[in-house]
Design a protein around this ligand. Structure first.
Ligand SMILES: Cc1cc2nc3c(=O)[nH]c(=O)nc-3n(C[C@H](O)[C@H](O)[C@H](O)COP(=O)(O)OP(=O)(O)OC[C@H]3O[C@@H](n4cnc5c(N)ncnc54)[C@H](O)[C@@H]3O)c2cc1C
Length: 513
């Protein structure tokens, strides 16, 4: 028997069976049916969803809801790429719920007022959700829990493998370096077995719900949320993806069958499909980290019995945990450097046109432009190239990392407050376990090492199709006559000189206390 302890409810389950919950939330009052609200957030799936399963075990009827938060999740505040993904992901969840005889009730507004009003209108016996750990959501959820005190609010661990609050060093302080963090967590892997999906969901009829609701609560449709962008770029981007729980499972199983064994080497080659592309699915909770890790472990008992590809992959999943742990412990690092010396960094002034050239993939540095164009076309960029374009923006153009973070937030389908901030602070040298500032990626050498034949560059920068391969990562070295015929810009900056300028700028903050 496997036991899982949650903060309030206790799920007791037999291996490979539907979990059972003993919860005080939904004891039926006399003969009335008990009703639970299940608030879907970044957990848009029905399998391994502890909040949903706890509600189902404890209550007779479930009302699944989604709230587009007018304070922190409105159109414009989240990026257009994630907005677009969210639209499709909600549609997919709606279809899954309908296949189980249920329905997603969609609302728009401030959950702090909507949830208590809804709970009161419907006289619910419990409100269930899975926790998120970014600072803004954490603060909001604390307030909501207090406001729902009369309605048995219960929240669960599901978006991460481990609670950040429990993942501390022996001396009780937070980890700042990845390797000891990994060593600590690896012993607990793979952890609890994922929960099975429910077979059906008893749900009150929508007409009853609508009739009972008091103003100003108004049920809207997914379309009404206006998540689909008016611009065509984000629509085109979606042709590269299949969204939703089933698609996430299928994509991951295919990665396990074909690519994971070569992951250690192939994960660095941007022209290959060598990585899992799970990041947007994980961001929206279409698949849980626990499901992923358990699929990798399959019949293996511990990390020592994984092959090298599997172990490297699981380590990357733990980098994701590390990122969430960092913003939980150091909430200000979402937008400010962890290393405070960087607040005095002498960034370039008047960088608008260089920033635009970077955003649109017109810097004249092929691997940087390929990455930025891949991002705009697909909503995703290969990790190796993310590091290269970030280093170029920060260290060659001297543009503040927050500008890059903002553009990524707008254009990535996996834009995630924790991983994005950690990635950018890593590249800037200002975060936890970051690359030191003096390690400046040379985009030519990175290209020649990880995109030897230039296949990746040529996929996204077709203007270079006629360039001999030895010049593909440095077309500025072509003879002048050939160069001038190319319909491709000269580099924005000289790589050597701009590198030196960055090192000089760094020297100026080195001794700041
Ligand atoms: C500047 C910069 C910004 C980034 N912004 C984001 C972001 O907004 N959202 C995001 O999910 N990742 C971000 N990353 C991390 C990483 O690039 C992506 O997670 C990865 O490329 C996603 O592709 P994948 O799913 O195929 O990864 P895989 O290689 O298959 O890895 C599996 C999973 O592990 C996690 N993971 C892998 N590498 C990292 C990493 N370095 N940091 C944290 N988690 C990781 C992801 O959840 C990923 O889906 C950023 C990295 C950099 C350098």
């Amino acid at each position: 028997m496997v036991r899982q302890h949650y903060q309030i409810g206790i799920v007791i389950r037999l291996k490979d069976s539907v979990p059972r919950i003993s919860s005080t939330a939904c004891d039926p009052v006399e003969s009335a049916l008990s009703l639970a609200l299940v608030w879907f957030r970044q957990d848009l799936r029905i399998s391994d969803n502890p909040a949903l399963l706890a509600a189902l075990e404890g209550c007779d009827e479930i009302l699944p809801i989604y709230i587009q938060d007018s304070r922190i999740g409105t159109v414009g505040q989240i990026g257009e790429a994630t907005q677009t993904w969210l639209h499709h992901s909600l549609q997919s969840l709606q279809a899954t719920l309908e296949s189980l005889g249920s329905r997603l009730t969609v609302l728009e507004g401030d959950p702090l007022t909507l949830l208590p009003a809804l709970a009161k209108s419907l006289s619910v016996d419990g409100v269930f959700w899975n926790r998120s750990y970014d600072p803004v959501t954490l603060d909001r959820d604390k307030e909501i829990k207090t406001a729902l005190a009369d309605f048995n609010p219960q929240s669960f661990l599901s978006t991460l493998l481990f609670e950040p609050v429990k993942t501390l060093k022996a001396d009780g302080t937070p980890y700042r370096v990845f390797t000891p963090y990994w060593k600590n967590l690896m012993e607990s892997l793979p952890g609890d077995v994922p929960l099975a999906a429910p077979k059906k969901l008893p749900t009150p009829a929508i007409e009853i719900v609508e009739k009972t609701l008091k103003k100003p609560i108004k049920i809207v449709s997914i379309d009404d949320l206006g998540l689909l962008p008016t611009l065509s770029w984000a629509r085109h981007m979606m042709s590269h993806w299949s969204v939703g729980e089933k698609a996430a499972q299928a994509q991951f199983k295919s990665f396990l069958k074909t690519a994971v064994k070569h992951y250690k080497n192939d994960r660095d080659v941007p022209s290959l499909a060598g990585t899992s592309r799970m990041s947007p699915h994980l961001h929206f909770g279409e698949i849980s980290p626990r499901q992923i890790v358990h699929l990798v472990f399959a019949k293996r008992r511990n990390v020592m019995s994984l092959n090298v590809g599997e172990e490297t992959f699981v380590k990357e999943m733990v980098w994701r945990e590390f990122a969430h742990n960092l913003i939980y412990q150091f909430p200000h690092t979402v937008s400010q450097p962890l290393d405070q010396r960087y607040e005095h960094f002498p960034w370039a002034k008047n960088y608008a046109s260089n920033l635009k050239a970077w955003q649109t993939g017109n810097t004249g540095v092929p691997i940087v432009d390929a990455g930025m164009r891949e991002l705009y076309a697909t909503g995703w960029m290969h990790n190796r190239v993310r590091m290269v374009v970030a280093s170029f923006l920060i260290k060659n153009l001297l543009i503040p990392w927050q500008e890059g973070e903002k553009w990524f937030r707008h254009t990535l389908v996996d834009a995630d407050v924790a991983s994005n901030a950690m990635g950018w602070q890593w590249a800037a040298g200002s975060g936890a376990d970051a690359a030191p500032f003096f390690r400046i990626f040379n985009p030519v050498l990175q290209g020649e090492r990880f995109d030897k034949e230039g296949d990746y560059v040529l996929r996204w920068v077709p203007e270079l199709a006629e360039v001999p391969r030895k010049f593909i990562h440095k077309p500025w070295e072509l003879p002048e006559a050939t160069r001038s015929e190319l319909n491709y810009p000269a580099p924005l900056v000289d790589l050597k000189l701009s590198r030196q300028a960055a090192l000089d700028a760094f020297t100026s903050i080195k001794t700041v206390k």
